[in-house]
Design a protein around this ligand. Structure first.
Ligand code: SF4
Length: 304
């Protein structure tokens, strides 16, 4: 049995564990500095808690961090590097970016950033762009096929480089949006789990930012001045359905603060007997259960 990493958020307050912030982004005022430290600690604490709660990282793990160049994956890498310094078990990180050969992709940005951080990295070159363009009918959004191809390439590469965990930068809002998208368009109550074994059993996917708020990640990314690469170089329409759900959730949160937190708690607190899935709960066996309960009540009454 492997040891799970016990990430203690209180261990990370030393100066040595402070993420490398560009000098130009050092906060000027004391209040600004305090706010940044609070934000950083919150992200570390939530990430550490998610790792513990779902047993995401164990002694000796080699974790491949998928780096797209967006705010979420930069934040994921930075927070994991930070936690790694104080974790009581050893695990290694390797950052991987998939260069999909989109026209205009700034190839130098990620290697320059990763060289500066000193983290092991690979740039995987796969021309999924041409495949997506060829296979997607005119006017249709390309994101679904693009993501599928990207996932296939990254999963295969993880095996090649001996990474036994694949870390993705999805956060709390991604999980909630997916939950509603699946309800609205897929007729199923499912989302993105914090930890997932791929269908073929070859890859273990983890989402250490599952407890983190998107707004915190956006602010951290802004303050860290990550060199963001937009994910619309392909000229694709953004995923409109997801955008609609995102706006719906933001509106709810604005009207009723705390609603997203409550909905996320609901995802971790499921009562199968209070839903209607016959696979998850044995409704047909309720009479038998009732008879057993009544029989044991009669036994107890006779003993009294
Ligand atoms: S916006 Fe473009 S690069 Fe990003 S997922 Fe969609 S198709 Fe792929």
């Amino acid at each position: 049995m492997q040891d799970a990493v016990t990430f203690d958020p209180h261990q990370h307050d030393s100066a040595s564990s402070t993420p490398s912030r560009p000098a130009s982004s050092q906060p000027s005022g004391a209040q600004e500095k305090r706010d940044f430290n609070k934000l950083q600690k919150r992200l570390r604490r939530q990430t550490g808690n998610a790792i513990i709660d779902y047993g995401m990282i164990h002694e000796g793990d080699r974790v491949m961090v998928c780096l797209s160049g967006g705010k979420d994956s930069y934040t994921l890498l930075e927070i994991l590097r930070n936690l790694q310094r104080n974790a009581p078990v050893n695990f290694s990180l390797v950052a991987v970016n998939l260069d999909q050969k989109q026209p205009g992709f700034p190839e130098h940005v990620l290697p320059e950033y990763l060289e500066a951080t000193g983290v092991e990295y690979h740039i995987l070159e796969r021309d999924t762009y041409s495949v997506v363009k060829e296979k997607t009918p005119e006017g249709k959004t390309t994101c679904a096929l693009c993501s599928r191809l990207r996932r296939g390439s990254l999963y295969g590469f993880a095996e090649q480089i001996g990474a036994n965990k694949i870390a993705l930068g999805h956060h709390r809002e991604d999980i909630l949006e997916t939950l509603f998208l699946n309800m609205f368009y897929g007729g199923s109550l499912k989302s993105m789990p914090p930890k997932l074994l791929s269908d073929d059993g070859r890859n273990m996917v983890i989402r250490p930012l599952a407890y983190c708020r998107e707004a915190d990640i956006a602010e951290f990314s802004r303050q860290m001045q990550f060199p963001i690469i937009p994910c619309n170089l392909c000229g694709s329409q953004p995923n409109l359905q997801r955008q609609v759900v995102k706006e719906m959730l933001a509106e709810w949160e604005a009207k009723h603060p705390g609603r997203l937190e409550s909905m996320f708690k609901a995802v971790t607190n499921v009562a199968p007997s209070q839903l209607a899935d016959r696979e998850l709960f044995d409704f047909a066996g309720l009479e038998e259960k009732q008879a057993r309960m009544q029989a044991s009540r009669i036994d107890i009454q006779q003993e009294l």
